[in-house]
Design a protein around this ligand. Structure first.
Ligand SMILES: CCCCCCCCCCCCCCCCCCCCCCCCCCCCCC(=O)SCCNC(=O)CCNC(=O)[C@H](O)C(C)(C)COP(=O)(O)OP(=O)(O)OC[C@H]1O[C@@H](n2cnc3c(N)ncnc32)[C@H](O)[C@@H]1OP(=O)(O)O
Ligand SMILES: NC(=O)C1=CN([C@@H]2O[C@H](COP(=O)(O)OP(=O)(O)OC[C@H]3O[C@@H](n4cnc5c(N)ncnc54)[C@H](OP(=O)(O)O)[C@@H]3O)[C@@H](O)[C@H]2O)C=CC1
Length: 489
């Protein structure tokens, strides 16, 4: 919405399907977004942006999306382009719910779109990981072993226990219900698109903005953002990842630019078949998790997060044994100690719960950070050359120009400012806090060493001999210096 109004201020109206949430009306939800920093630039070119966004009450889990008759009529008769990006992105969602939102709702939306007389294009947002069971992925829709229609039907009459049982068999070598149902969604789009002008966009891991409307903007915890917070606050100390595996991140504004360009191309050129566009970075400008992780840590030195639990110092592990070891030593043990301290001081323990949640999240993303994929980008490159030089500049999605180190630094800064809502003025205090944590860390390690040594001396003759040798050596060394300084005087 932001980019559309900034580049096309004459646009008449954008209809957004919104559900009320957490005690907010849909109008309040939309206005909260419009009143954020993200929309400041837009308001300069399009001051009446509030009037141009029409929030329509809709729940994609309901029949006809629970849209009122009048709203439905308005939508059907006025819509020119549909951008379908609503989805459940949870990796652990129950198959029934994931199918409902990512497959059935897509089917229903296509049906709605077929009743829109003025519709010029239907743009479906999928994910580059919908076929993550393959190593090389082309810009085509891959068939699924079980037809989506059969899956949709079976979800209506199977009970939850049976669905739980068949889920691993259905998802096969995909890691979760999210990637599986996004793949089914694509097949539905291809099979049931009828005469619509359709395109599918597959972004990889969406990160903060690169340039527009300003660098580093981010507003959710998906992808790496949540883990950047966990690392910056010192909770995340080790992560099972392959440093050389490609980190296929793609900035949010690149995805937006490609999506709008695809909307234009699909509406104007009306390709005969459904085109799939990969919105990925790996084959044009690869960066690996090792480089990314190091840059994240380097940025914490300059721009630390406030009130960290421990000094940020995460590392990669590469096998099960070291992962279990570091999870026990660096994640669980400090959480237990801290909770014990909270109990002693009469407060409610919370760190173990938080740590368990983090470990669960880590186990779910492991699949994606220990493999590399190759995505072909012929359609995306074709689209780039189909744009005029001016449009190539305004709707830039050429990731070859992206400087990863600069991008990651802005990303971490964006996480601090827009997700954690921390003020830059707090940086000196945050640095002081980290110094205190470092001193506590040294003190704790020294105390631990002395206790271990004392126990060893009490039990072992060899340790006692070593201790005697060290003490007498130090004594002789000091006596020698005292004697030579007396002679010089
Ligand atoms: C050569 C030598 C090298 C040496 C190198 C050394 C360097 C050292 C390295 C240092 C590391 C530094 C930092 C790390 C930075 C890099 C880390 C890389 C990790 C990147 C991970 C990428 C994974 C991407 C996978 C891509 C898949 C496909 C992409 C897509 O198509 S779609 C989007 C993907 N979807 C998601 O991301 C959603 C995932 N979320 C979920 O599935 C669930 O939320 C959940 C994680 C399962 C948690 O479920 P729960 O029920 O337990 O919780 P709930 O959802 O209710 O939320 C509870 C609270 O937790 C918060 N939260 C939600 N999501 C996240 C999250 N992703 N991370 C953290 N926290 C999250 C949520 O807000 C709730 O908070 P509350 O309201 O306060 O309670
Ligand atoms: N983030 C990423 O790394 C990637 C995301 N994608 C795709 O991009 C799209 C957007 O994802 P992302 O922004 O990350 O995720 P979000 O969860 O932030 O966005 C999903 C949107 O769908 C809406 N939605 C979910 N359920 C319903 C419902 N029942 N009725 C109405 N609206 C609903 C949500 O609304 P509400 O705000 O009310 O919850 C939310 O705005 C998805 O299609 C995802 O598959 C693809 C590749 C990577």
């Amino acid at each position: 919405m932001e980019k559309l109004f900034r580049t096309s201020p004459d646009l008449k109206v954008i209809y957004v399907l919104v559900r009320p949430k957490q005690g907010q009306t849909l109008q309040q939800r939309v206005f909260q977004i419009l009143d954020s920093k993200l929309f400041e630039k837009v308001k300069e070119v399009c001051p009446n942006v509030h009037e141009k966004i029409r929030a329509i009450s809709a729940d994609l889990n309901q029949n006809d999306f629970a849209i009122s008759k009048e709203d439905m009529q308005e939508l059907l008769s006025h819509t020119n382009i549909v951008f379908h990006c609503a989805a459940t992105v949870r990796f652990d969602d129950h198959l029934r719910h994931a199918v409902q939102l990512n497959v059935t709702a897509t089917q229903q939306l296509l049906l709605m779109a077929s009743q829109m007389p003025k519709l010029e294009a239907f743009i479906h947002i999928s994910t580059a990981f919908s076929n993550c069971n393959l190593k090389h992925i082309d810009e085509v829709v891959y068939p699924c072993p079980v037809e989506p229609k059969k899956i949709i039907d079976s979800m209506e009459w199977l009970d939850d226990a049976i669905i739980d049982e068949i889920t691993p068999k259905l998802i096969g070598d995909r890691p979760n219900t999210y990637t599986y149902t996004k793949a089914l969604g694509e097949v539905v789009v291809q099979q049931e698109g009828g005469n619509l002008n359709i395109a599918i966009i597959r972004p990889s891991i969406v990160g903060a903005t690169w340039q527009e409307p300003f660098p580093g903007w981010v507003d959710n915890l998906n992808g790496p953002s949540g883990l950047i917070i966990a690392a910056g606050k010192g909770f995340l100390r080790s992560i099972r990842a392959t440093p050389m595996a490609v980190a296929d991140l793609i900035p949010a504004d690149t995805v937006v630019n490609l999506t709008l360009a695809v909307g234009w191309y699909t509406a104007v050129h009306r390709p005969k078949s459904t085109l799939v566009y990969h919105c990925t970075s790996g084959n044009l400008n690869p960066c690996n998790w090792g480089k990314m992780g190091l840059q994240v840590l380097a940025t914490f030195e300059k721009i630390p997060f406030e009130r960290a639990f421990r000094r940020p110092n995460a590392d990669f592990t590469t096998n099960n044994i070291t992962t279990h070891y570091w999870n026990a030593v660096s994640h669980r043990a400090p959480a237990i100690i801290y909770d014990f301290y909270l109990r002693l001081t009469g407060r409610k323990p919370r760190m173990t719960k938080l740590m368990n949640r983090l470990l669960r999240t880590l186990s779910m993303v492991e699949y994606f950070i220990n493999r590399s994929w190759e995505w072909s980008t012929y359609n995306t490159e074709m689209l780039m050359s189909a744009l005029s030089p001016e449009d190539q500049r305004v709707f830039n999605f050429d990731v070859r120009q992206l400087n990863w180190l600069e991008y990651i630094e802005n990303y971490v800064l964006g996480v601090k400012k827009y997700l954690l809502k921390e003020d830059m003025a707090g940086i000196p205090e945050a640095k002081q806090h980290l110094k205190r944590l470092r001193n506590i860390h040294y003190l704790f390690n020294t105390a631990l060493f002395l206790i271990a040594w004392r126990l060893l001396i009490a039990r072992s003759q060899v340790a006692r001999n070593v201790w005697f040798f060290i003490v007498s050596f130090c004594y002789k060394f000091l006596s020698y210096f005292r004697a030579s300084s007396t002679l010089n005087a």
